[in-house]
Ligand binder design. Sequence first.
Ligand SMILES: [Zn+2]
Length: 380
Amino acid sequence: MSVWDDLPGQSAVIEQLRSAAEAERPTHAWLFTGPPGSGRSNAARAFAAALQCEQDRPEDRGCGTCHACHTVLAGTHGDVTNVATEKVTISIAEVRELITRAQDRPSSGRWRVIIVEDADRMAERTTNVLLKAIEEPPPRTIWILCAPSPADVMVTIRSRCRPVSLRIPPAEDVAELLVRRDGATPEAAGYAARVSQSHIGVARRLAHDEEARERRSRVVSLPLNLHSVSEAVVAAGRLHDLANDDAKSSSERRNAAEREQLLTALGAPETGKLPASMRSQVKQLEEDQKRRAKRAVTDALDRAMIDLTTFFRDVLTLQMGTSSELINEQIRAELEQYASNTTAESTLKRLDAIGETRQRLATTNAAPLLALESMAVSLL
Ligand SMILES: [Zn+2]
């Protein structure tokens, strides 16, 4: 095994990172880009592990078995800082704190590595503060920034980073990972990889969570029952509820797992009351979890709209006769009927309406339910 095992479909990136980790002095600033779900933060962590790996021979780095590899992948290595925004933006104060940390020499590893998972979620002023740090980092510090695409970060940052671009992995590679690593059945894995359009995180959840599968099916079949404005309003409300349920269910699962991990790490007693010293750390965790709940809802709404998009993409595929493969193969008959009752032109308009609503919800403070209602009406 190695740290590169769980990066499906990214052999070119793995080659690039492997040889960088072997170098005596790797580039000190990196920009990892790739669409959501392609595994860019996993790739960043794998690279950090390879940089810290304890193997003697440089070509063996990223072994996946030494203490450094283990702790980096688990997120507990003292010299690797991982910043993942659960909020809408990364604040200037957070970036200043990172920069201070970047000045420290590594304590046990070869490098101090700072991973910023959402480098695109920064205001321009914040980016400028970061820029100075990236231009003149201390000799043993390596920055790894991640963003969906190079265009999502300012050109001044981009030009100072070495690019690593992940591609959308083929669905069969994602399915293979779900079977091998997570023990999914080949059928569930194949379905999940296809309908998630190779989004690894979403696919994993769909492969294992029947309720998530059920919610997705309900989202995708919403357009089948749209005939009047009042039905559109009902459908928007349903979409809103499904996304909220989805966010709640995924947060609950994650929150419980995090709490358990923290208690194990603290060495908490299995039963009885927690000692006061531990209670404050648990409370801190609970506050972090509350703070990211809003982001979870926004993400779930966006995901629901992506799922809705797959309905119309399939309809368009049928109308254009371009390919025989549908994303939502399981409702082919319904899709064929819908496609025969509408035109490709109207399908394109509907796809635009969903795209615009996604954009609106991502970039403005529009009230989600109202935005969904006006979207649903334009799907009539
Ligand atoms: Zn190792």
